[in-house]
Design a binder for this molecule. Structure first.
Ligand code: ATP
Ligand code: MG
Length: 557
C-alpha cells in the first residue's frame, strides 16, 4: 500500500496534539475544546476590560466628587517659594498656627475610613500628624495619607495643636499637626532592605546567626546589615546624634586651634615613599610608578614648622593598611593633627594638648547634652564620661602606670617594659584602675620607652631609655600619640640608624633637608576623631563613629 493512501494527519501544533496514533477522532474534539476555551477566555477578557473601564469611570466620578482632590497627591508645580518650618523651630507660639513642613514618613497608619496618622521625621526627630474626615478632607485623602510608603518625603501643611495627652512615641510630644494638605515630594520604595525603626535599637552584642527576632519579637538588625544599608541607618535618632557629635569634635578642635593662633594646613595624602614603615601603607598606581596613601601627616607637619609656621593643625583622612579586625581600628580614619614650636620645654606643648582635650570634652557636654542623652538611651552601658573635676588633665608617667598595674597584680619583666607597649588588655585595665582611683576617664601617660616610639621621637635627655613622648587615653584606650620631635639633623640621622632606617633612602631627603636648613624645637600629636567620639560616648565599635567605615573587610558603601 502506498503511503499516499493513508489519511493525512494535521501537523501537530502542541505536544498534547502530538500524542500517539489511536487519537484520530479524539484530536478533532480536542481542537474543538481549544476553540471553546479561546472563546471563553476572550469573553472573560472583555468582561474584565469592561469592569476596569467602569471602575475608571467610577474613580473619575469620585475624583470629580473628591472635595480634597487638590489637597493631596503629587506635589503641584509652582514658581513660588513656599515657607517651611523646621521641627526645631516649633515653640509654644506655634499652637493654632498653620505651618508647612517637609519631612520623612516615619510611619503611616489608617485608623478608620475617617481617621489616619502619620509620624513625621526630620533629622531623627519625630512629630505626629493626624488627618480626620471633615470638609474638605475626603475619605480618599485619608486613605492616601494613611497608605503613604514609609520613608517617603512629603510636604505637609497643617495646624499645630496641643494634644490632650502627650504623644510618647514622638520626640516633640506636646504638639500635633492637624493635616490640611499632604503632597508627595519623593516616594520611597514599598520594600526597604531594613526599617529605620528596627535600627533604632542597638545592634546585638553577640550575633546568634540563626536569630531573626529579639525577645520581644522585633527584627534584629546586626551591625553588618546597618552598615550595608548605611543611608537608612544614618536616619535613626542615634546615628543623627553621633554624626552631630563627630561634627562637634572637629568644630571644637578647630575652634581651640584657631583661637590659639594656630594655622590650618592641608598636607598631601598622595606621597612618593613609604617613609614611616612600609608594611602599613596602601600602594597606589601613580602613572608609571608607585605612590602611597599617607599614613599620617607627620613629616609634612614638621616641614611646615621648618617652614616658619609656629603652630599648625590639620583635619584630614589617615590611611592605615593594617589588617586589624578590631572594635577600634579602621583602614581610613579622620586624623586631628597638630604640631607646635616651644621655647624651653616640651611640656609647654603637652600642657596645650591636655587643655585642648579638656576643652573639647567639656564643651561637648555643654553644647551637645541633648544628643548625648539620646545616644545613651541606646548605649547606656558605659555611662557618663568622667572628666577631671579640677579641669586639669591627670598626667602620669609610663612607669607610674606600670606600677599601678603591678599593684593590681599585672607585672611586666624588666625586658618587656622596654620592648613592648602596653597590650590593649593592659591599657583597659589601667583605665579601670585610674577611674577607680582618680575618678576620671581621661588621662595622659608621659615618658614612654624610646624603643616603642618612632624614629623622629626625642629621647629623654636625662634617661635615654625613655622618651619625651606621651599618649592620651579615654576610658582606657588610646586616642592620641605625640612627642617632642628631634630637630637636630645629626641626632635625627643617628636615631634613624638606631631604628634600622637608612637616612639616604628615597623619600627622606626632603624631610631631612628641612632640618639641615635649621628648624626650631617642636612637639605635637595625632588624634583619631572616630576614637574620641567612640570612647566619649561609650560606643562598642568605632564603625558606629565613622560615616562610611573602611576596614579590611569593607570598602562599601
Ligand atoms: P593603636 O595602638 O590603637 O593601633 P597607634 O598607636 O597605632 O594606635 P598612632 O599611630 O599613634 O596609632 O595614631 C595616632 C592616633 O590615631 C591614635 O591614638 C588613634 O586615636 C588614631 N588611630 C590610629 N590608628 C587608627 C585606626 N586604625 N583606626 C582608627 N583610629 C586610629
Ligand atoms: Mg599610638
Amino acid at each position: 500500500m502506498a503511503d499516499s493512501e493513508l489519511p493525512t494527519r494535521p501537523k501537530p501544533e502542541t505536544n498534547e496534539a502530538a500524542a500517539p496514533a489511536a487519537e484520530g477522532a479524539e484530536s478533532k474534539s480536542a481542537s474543538k475544546n481549544a476553540l471553546k476555551k479561546a472563546a471563553k477566555d476572550k469573553a472573560k477578557a472583555e468582561k474584565a476590560a469592561a469592569r476596569a473601564a467602569q471602575e475608571k469611570a467610577q474613580a473619575a466620578a469620585q475624583d470629580a466628587n473628591d472635595t480634597a482632590k487638590d489637597l493631596y497627591g503629587p506635589i503641584p508645580e509652582t514658581e513660588d517659594v513656599i515657607p517651611t518650618t523646621r521641627f526645631s523651630e516649633f515653640s509654644d507660639d506655634s499652637y493654632e498656627k498653620e505651618v508647612t513642613v517637609v519631612a520623612r514618613v516615619d510611619n503611616a497608619r489608617v485608623q478608620s475610613a475617617k481617621l489616619a496618622f502619620l509620624m513625621l521625621r526630620q533629622q531623627g526627630q519625630k512629630v505626629q500628624a493626624v488627618i480626620a474626615a471633615a470638609e474638605p478632607i475626603s475619605r480618599q485623602m485619608i486613605k492616601y495619607t494613611g497608605g503613604l510608603n514609609v520613608n517617603s518625603i512629603v510636604q505637609v501643611t497643617g495646624i499645630v495643636k496641643k494634644p490632650e495627652v502627650p504623644i510618647s512615641s514622638a520626640t516633640l510630644s506636646h504638639l500635633e499637626l492637624h493635616i490640611r494638605k499632604v503632597y508627595m515630594i519623593s516616594e520611597a520604595a514599598q520594600q526597604l532592605p531594613m526599617q529605620v525603626k528596627d535600627a533604632e535599637r542597638p545592634p546585638p552584642e553577640t550575633t546568634d546567626e540563626g536569630a531573626q527576632v529579639d525577645a520581644e519579637g522585633a527584627p534584629i538588625v546586626t551591625l553588618k546589615t546597618r552598615l550595608d544599608n548605611r543611608v537608612l541607618d544614618l536616619q535613626t535618632e542615634t546615628s543623627q546624634a553621633i554624626t552631630q557629635i563627630s561634627s562637634g569634635v572637629a568644630e571644637l578642635f578647630t575652634e581651640y586651634m584657631i583661637k590659639s593662633g594656630s594655622r590650618w594646613i592641608f598636607t598631601p595624602k598622595l606621597v612618593g615613599a613609604a617613609t614611616e614603615g612600609g608594611s602599613n601603607v596602601f600602594e597606589v598606581k601613580y602613572f608609571k610608578r608607585s605612590g602611597y596613601l599617607a599614613q599620617s601627616p607627620q613629616l609634612y607637619k614638621q616641614m611646615c614648622i621648618a617652614g616658619d609656621m609656629e603652630s599648625v593643625f590639620e583635619v584630614a583622612p589617615v590611611f592605615r593598611a593594617e589588617d586589624s579586625n578590631t572594635h577600634r581600628h579602621l583602614t581610613e580614619f579622620v586624623g586631628l593633627d597638630f604640631e607646635k614650636t616651644f621655647h624651653a620645654h616640651y611640656h609647654e606643648v603637652l600642657d596645650f594638648a591636655e587643655d585642648l582635650l579638656v576643652f573639647i570634652l567639656t564643651q561637648l557636654k555643654e553644647r551637645y547634652g541633648a544628643q548625648i542623652a539620646n545616644i545613651q538611651k541606646s548605649y547606656p552601658k558605659a555611662g557618663d564620661f568622667k572628666l577631671p573635676k579640677d579641669g586639669k588633665a591627670l598626667r602620669l608617667n609610663y612607669m607610674d602606670g606600670l606600677a599601678l598595674l603591678k599593684e593590681a597584680g599585672v607585672d611586666m619583666s624588666e625586658q618587656e617594659r622596654f620592648e613592648n607597649d602596653f597590650t590593649t588588655a593592659m591599657e583597659k585595665q589601667l583605665g579601670q584602675i585610674i577611674r577607680d582611683k582618680y575618678d576620671t576617664d581621661f588621662y595622659v601617660l608621659d615618658k614612654f620607652p624610646m624603643s616603642v616610639r618612632p624614629f623622629y621621637t626625642k629621647a629623654d635627655p636625662k634617661d635615654p631609655r625613655f622618651s619625651n613622648s606621651y599618649d592620651f587615653f579615654m576610658r582606657g584606650e588610646e586616642i592620641m600619640s605625640g612627642a617632642q620631635r628631634i630637630h637636630n639633623i645629626d641626632e635625627l640621622e643617628a636615631s634613624m640608624r638606631s631604628k634600622g632606617l637608612d637616612p639616604t633612602q628615597e623619600g627622606f631627603e626632603d624631610y631631612l633637608n628641612a632640618f639641615r636648613q635649621g628648624c626650631p624645637p617642636h612637639a605635637g600629636g595625632g588624634l583619631g576623631l572616630n576614637r574620641i567620639v567612640m570612647f566619649f560616648l561609650g560606643l562598642p565599635n568605632v564603625r558606629l563613629a565613622s560615616l562610611f567605615p573602611r576596614d579590611p573587610q569593607r570598602l562599601r558603601p
